[in-house]
Design a protein around this ligand. Structure first.
Ligand SMILES: NC(=O)c1ccc[n+]([C@@H]2O[C@H](COP(=O)([O-])OP(=O)(O)OC[C@H]3O[C@@H](n4cnc5c(N)ncnc54)[C@H](OP(=O)(O)O)[C@@H]3O)[C@@H](O)[C@H]2O)c1
Length: 355
């Protein structure tokens, strides 16, 4: 009873703190943006309470050796990605890291991870998921290095930057979080399929999405949000797109009998640099008290990547190391198929996974 009262009090405190910072930030510009931001705070709050209630019991993952496995990880040089990398190495995997700055990544990896774990098991390659030519070059280098890949973790991400189009003409968050990873998955499909066939093991694809997808919407008439850009909302849209992609891909793998299981996950609200563009994110004590550490955040991702108990349960969305609810639109097969075809169109992909 006392615990529940404490939760309710905390809930109210966080809600009003969030609303206070919302007023202090440069947005909202109008009442509808104000309502939108309240919705985002509400989603964050619900997730935070879920993390506090279920985290201590369920947010756990067992690591086990898989020394012959090769994993590809985007954005593993800081935040949650760095902790994901450490756990993959603890599983004795070889990891190809797709990062924007190889030298900075090497420094950060070597200062966080013990040299006894590294043992030449990390391969650094350049990859900017917001630049489609960089993604293509990265995929080519990965293909040259290995015939089979057992695991792809699409982790790189940005949140709430000011509006900008990438050089390919996509809104930045949609490009970095969804479109770049969509292209990378397409290009690495032959390696993922081949590993599944040759080793008899199932390959996995993990999309690091977010609870924010609950506030997302796919606007086909204004995919780049040029008419009314709201940074938080565009983040939600990109995270929704990642989950819808995962769901359709899962269907496709089943239909084509590809030995691959795709999963999406939400790491929790995690204290990392991703909050640099958010007003409340600049308050350190707020983040320290209320959020998970990056190590805790990495557990659900690793769970989706290796847990044997979800082996035949592809397509699920994992949070706190257990399946959780996704939005209505993300469950709608026709909507997922529509977004999938739309993204193929943007990237001029004729036959996903093949050409
Ligand atoms: N933190 C949270 O509360 C939270 C909640 C839900 C979901 N997530 C998701 O978790 C993932 C990791 O986020 P994080 O919290 O660890 O954030 P972070 O500390 O800011 O790390 C983001 C990572 O993505 C990389 N990255 C950003 N833009 C990139 C690009 N264009 N190409 C390649 N790499 C790029 C960054 O590399 P650079 O060093 O080059 O910038 C960095 O390694 C993201 O997908 C995020 O949406 C986070």
């Amino acid at each position: 009873m006392i615990l529940y009262l404490a939760y309710i009090l905390l809930f109210i405190l966080i809600f009003f703190t969030g609303a206070f910072f919302l007023f202090k930030s440069s947005t909202p510009r109008n009442f509808s943006e104000f309502l939108m931001e309240l919705e985002l705070i509400w989603i964050g709050l619900e997730t935070n309470v879920e993390d506090m209630m279920y985290g201590p019991c369920y947010n756990k993952v067992s690591l086990y050796p898989q020394s012959s496995s090769v994993a590809v990880l985007t954005g593993g040089n800081r935040g949650i990605g760095l902790c994901i990398l450490k756990k993959l190495l603890q599983c004795e995997m070889t990891v190809i890291l797709g990062v924007r700055n190889i030298e900075a990544a090497r420094k950060s990896v070597e200062s966080y991870i013990d040299s006894s774990l590294l043992m030449n098991k990390v391969i650094y390659e350049t990859c900017d998921t917001g630049d489609m030519s960089s993604v293509r070059e990265f995929a080519k280098r990965v293909q040259e290095r290995c015939r089979g890949i057992n695991l792809l973790i699409n982790n790189a991400g940005i949140m709430s930057p000011p509006f900008k189009l990438t050089k390919d003409g996509f809104e930045t968050q949609m490009a970095v979080n969804h479109i770049g990873h969509f292209l990378l998955t397409h290009l690495l499909m032959p390696q993922l399929i081949s590993d599944g066939k040759e080793s008899g093991r199932t390959s996995r694809i993990v999309s690091v999405a977010s609870c924010s997808h609950l506030g997302g919407k796919i606007k086909y008439d204004d995919f780049n949000c040029t008419k009314n850009y709201h940074p938080g909302k565009a983040y939600c849209d990109s995270k929704l797109a990642q989950i819808m992609f995962t769901n359709h891909l899962h269907k496709m793998c089943e239909e084509k009998s590809w030995n691959i299981q795709p999963y999406s996950c939400h790491p929790g609200l995690v204290n990392t640099g991703i909050f640099e563009n958010i007003a409340a994110g600049s308050i350190n004590w707020f983040r320290k008290i209320l959020m998970k550490t990056p190590e805790q955040g990495s557990r659900s991702v690793i769970y989706a990547a290796i847990a044997p108990e979800i082996e035949s349960n592809g397509g699920v969305y994992i949070t706190n190391c257990r399946p959780s609810k996704i939005s209505k639109i993300a469950k709608d097969d026709a909507e997922c198929q529509k977004l999938f075809s739309f993204t193929c169109g943007l990237l001029k992909i004729k036959n996903f996974g093949i050409e």
